[in-house]
Design a protein around this ligand. Sequence first.
Ligand SMILES: Cc1cc2nc3c(=O)[nH]c(=O)nc-3n(C[C@H](O)[C@H](O)[C@H](O)COP(=O)(O)OP(=O)(O)OC[C@H]3O[C@@H](n4cnc5c(N)ncnc54)[C@H](O)[C@@H]3O)c2cc1C
Ligand code: SF4
Length: 479
Amino acid sequence: MAGDMLKFVGVTQAYPVKRDTKQRAEDFREIAERYGTPAAEEQAARCSQCGVPYCSVHCPLHNHIPDWLRLTAEGRLREAFELSNATSTMPEICGRICPQDRLCEGNCVIEFSGHGAVTIGSVEKFITDTAWENGWVEPVVPGPARGQSVGIIGAGPAGLTAAELLRVAGYEVHVYDRHDRAGGLLTYGIPGFKLEKPIVMRRVDRLKHGGIVFHEGFEVGRDATIEELRERHDALLVATGVYKARGLSAPGVETGGVVEALDYLTASNRKGFGDEVPAFDDGSLNAEGKRVVVVGGGDTAMDCVRTAIRQGAKSVACLYRRDRANMPGSQREVANAEEEGVEFVWLSAPQAFGGDGRIENVRIARMRLGAPDASGRRSPEPDDSAPELREADLVIKALGFDAEDLPKLFSAPELGVTRWGTLLVDNATLMTSLDGVFAAGDIVRGASLVVWAVRDGRDVAGHIDKYLRAKAKEERKAA
Ligand SMILES: Cc1cc2nc3c(=O)[nH]c(=O)nc-3n(C[C@H](O)[C@H](O)[C@H](O)COP(=O)(O)OP(=O)(O)OC[C@H]3O[C@@H](n4cnc5c(N)ncnc54)[C@H](O)[C@@H]3O)c2cc1C
Ligand code: SF4
């Protein structure tokens, strides 16, 4: 039944293992001593099957982690893949780019015991990559046609997940995206050294082969209003992500060579696809040979500094107004960036950008942490020390993203939004203020993570299915 198919798969242990706690601890000690740099199966064998799957609880998809680790350790890779695939539409992608130190691995009991977490993400990546290599990844097979169609605006992980599940449930599915390639930030935001693009494209191709119709280069707001799409489809999903870059107000910020993070990363990803990118080729969005300054302390900033290193920058510095302990980006990413030669200038903020048409230097104010703000975080404030002048040829602003003004863009003033501009949804149905228009992913949560977008896509597919079944029933009654 389609309804059952869309049901959330819980955190039960699908392959329960009953083992004595003392025995488990002994097994683990032996394994920990035995393996220096374990391969996937050996890593999986390190799982102590502790009985309290904190890792699963802290995975937004509640993946059956201990179970597929056990199957992997036993060499039953196909079963491990099938189990991991049951709760995720893109396990090999999450395995590559989830901040595991904050999610599953950060809550591994072995990590708590001081022996280093089982590398859950890389095992997940390994089993799904193996499945692709061996042809175990099934095509998307549409269920019996339901005679209803769903329009999805946004081909990021939230939209793609919902598209897959709704297609399998028998709906006609159309995905609209303003970019020329699907994938959202998986394609044009996250750098290729973290997420290889063929990995994303083979997922998209699988959906296309499953009969999902993609309208690429189609911008809702420009090419159609939301009202027009509502007339075309029985339900709509808005999964447009958040793309309004947060600004920086400092003299000289308009100087040439002070660029937006997403423009910089998109240009780099497009080059990776082999596209012609004039702004890269003329050097505007290429860090090669340059002294690069990145402003910001989140994961986008980390992607920029690490991309600049790979492009052959002369030097790369990252300015962040708080200290290391208070930065939003993953500590693992910071450690990686440091290893690669990035200089972090903690407690610092740009005060002015200097240059005659092109950026030449950044005046940097020193900061200190003051009193906590309403959120409890200590607010940065300028310190009394003299500013530093740092030479720069390229400055990348990576201060985060907010929601675009969708009611205006979509010519739909009645579309409800929160004070942050994200779409307001009914938590019980994930429907917006417009009947039959649902929303999921970053456009509801604000800038978040791929794994949460997948989770939201999974949840919203269930709600859309329920809505469309009820609608069909009403229509049958009325006929
Ligand atoms: C640089 C960067 C690096 C990141 N790295 C990581 C990471 O390592 N790990 C992690 O878990 N998360 C990471 N994230 C966050 C993650 O990418 C997002 O949380 C996730 O992609 C959100 O998914 P989504 O489907 O909601 O939106 P998106 O992926 O943003 O997709 C939205 C899609 O909607 C389309 N769209 C928007 N408006 C319209 C319109 N009007 N008409 C038609 N189409 C439209 C866009 O073109 C886009 O394709 C990163 C984010 C950034 C910016
Ligand atoms: S989806 Fe992310 S959080 Fe969940 S098991 Fe995989 S890597 Fe960990």
